[in-house]
Ligand binder design. Structure first.
Ligand SMILES: *[C@@H]1O[C@H](CO)[C@@H](O)[C@H](O)[C@H]1NC(C)=O
Ligand SMILES: *[C@@H]1O[C@H](CO)[C@@H](O)[C@H](O)[C@H]1NC(C)=O
Ligand SMILES: *[C@@H]1O[C@H](CO)[C@@H](O)[C@H](O)[C@H]1NC(C)=O
Length: 435
């Protein structure tokens, strides 16, 4: 919070300083910066440097998201930059003609130097569209089908994650699959719970601390299904409001959320069967080998259509293939998938470029990308041709009838060339007028 406030203050300060500078240039006042301003500006530069370094170290894996966001925004950023350049140009040109020099010749040189500087700075802004790439620069008729939605732990913004209420609410989004996390109790019952490592186990999403104040559980084998079944798995959602969405729930939904319990895998399979919706899950278990057998037998005895089961856990893949050949094998490793003749991939959204996704889709590979919650990102992946995305916000994405924007390359070329030409024309007018 302190950092955010400091950066807000410094940013506002720098912007104000810039405005004052523009006014001063407009009034033909000299630009003399007091040393205190120089110190503060230096602080601003330091803050940016620290910010970029900090992000690089802490969230290195987020840089691909920055690049993706540029694919969504670059065409419009360029229009904005050209507009800003056009608006600034009168001030710059004014400065041109203020050239101080001893003689005519010296003035001429300074004038030309400034002119070259201006062209060097602005040329990249004008011609960068030649290098702008975006999967959404395609013809409308080339737009692939809308990716299907997979509810990440259900609909975790509308109900507590991994509860039956959450999955039921995702049914209303027309999800194609439920994504969840499976663990095994002491008595061999598969149940749904994400947190699994060390002391965080159960504490975030259940009232385990109230029920067992003196115990510290760190493995799913520590409790029996009867004990899990008794825990409350919804109050935390009402208390912590992890997505700032609780205020949008109705009174009944709040009451229901508050009383949610941990579901067993079987409960979810029954919901899947009822609505013809697939199930995909991560398996968190201290003993994946044995537990795989328990899970497969639970699935087979539930009577669900095996082709609704998207089998993701890599550990027992051979065993599962033998016992339950009807399950669809889903891979997170593309090399392994091709080696084993698979056709389903499940990877992070930044793993593949648009070209790679298109190539995989051309080879009839089903590509699911996780976790996609924002419209702009969903739009990009839609343009790229993703088969489906795992999402926290199925209620928002289900209402999208088209990506945020789709534009053919030809149309974009016409627009940016027109914008550039208009800008150059206006600048020329300013230049002549200033002269
Ligand atoms: C279930 O959905 C699949 C497509 O997702 C469809 O092919 C199949 O016919 C459906 N089955 C039933 C019983 O509706
Ligand atoms: C993917 O699988 C191949 C073959 O099994 C393996 O060599 C490679 O290391 C795996 N890649 C990753 C990122 O796990
Ligand atoms: C992909 O599937 C389509 C239709 O099912 C088929 O015509 C095409 O040959 C397949 N492409 C590849 C590369 O297998």
């Amino acid at each position: 919070m302190v950092l955010v406030i400091i950066s807000a203050v410094l940013t506002s300060y720098c912007v104000l300083l810039l405005f004052f500078a523009l006014f001063q240039v407009a009034l033909s006042e000299p630009l003399n910066l007091h040393w205190t301003h120089k110190v503060f500006l230096f602080c601003g530069v330091l803050l940016i440097a620290f910010g970029v370094t900090g992000i690089s170290l802490e969230w290195k894996e987020e840089w691909p998201t920055v690049l993706l966001s540029l694919q969504a925004t670059a065409p419009f950023l360029q229009f904005g930059a050209v507009g800003a350049l056009t608006l600034l140009s009168p001030f710059v040109f004014h400065h041109f003609y203020m050239a101080k020099g001893k003689c005519m010749y010296e003035k001429m040189i300074i004038f030309q130097m400034k002119y070259i500087m201006f062209v060097v700075v602005s040329a990249p802004i004008f011609i960068c569209p030649l290098w702008i790439q975006s999967p959404c620069l395609i013809k409308q008729e080339q737009l692939p089908a809308k990716p299907k939605l997979i509810g990440h732990r259900g609909a975790p913004m509308l109900a507590p994650e991994n509860t039956m209420m959450s999955f039921s609410r995702s049914v209303a989004c027309n999800v194609t699959a439920f994504e969840t996390d499976v663990q095994i109790s002491k008595d061999g019952i598969p149940f749904l719970m994400h947190d699994h490592q060390g002391s965080g186990f159960l504490r975030r999403t259940t009232n385990v601390e109230d029920k067992f104040p003196n115990n510290n559980f760190n493995s799913s084998y520590d409790l029996t299904w009867d004990e899990y079944k008794d825990l409350n798995a919804g109050e935390w959602f009402m208390k912590t409001d992890p997505f700032h969405s609780v205020s949008k729930l109705s009174h009944e939904e709040k009451e229901m959320s508050r009383n949610e319990k941990i579901p067993s895998l079987l409960q979810l399979l029954n919901l899947s069967k009822q609505h013809n919706i697939s199930v995909i899950f991560d398996l968190y278990s201290p003993n994946t080998g044995n537990d795989t057998a328990d899970i497969v037998s639970t699935i087979l005895s539930s009577g669900i259509d095996p082709s609704l089961v998207l089998w993701l856990p890599p550990a027992g893949r051979d065993y599962v293939n033998e016992i339950a050949p009807g399950f669809i094998q889903v891979y997170s490793n593309v090399t392994e998938m091709f080696m084993r003749g698979g056709t389903h991939l499940n990877v992070k959204y930044s793993k593949f470029s648009a070209a790679e996704i298109r190539e995989l889709r051309r080879r009839n590979i089903t590509v699911n990308l996780w976790v996609v919650n924002e419209r702009w990102l969903f739009s990009l992946l839609w343009c790229s041709g993703a088969s489906s995305v795992t999402t926290n916000s199925c209620h928002l994405l289900k209402d999208m009838n088209e990506p945020d924007w789709v534009m053919s390359r030809q149309k974009y070329n016409v627009i940016w060339i027109t914008v550039n030409a208009a800008s150059l024309l206006i600048m020329t007018a300013f230049f002549i007028f200033q002269g």
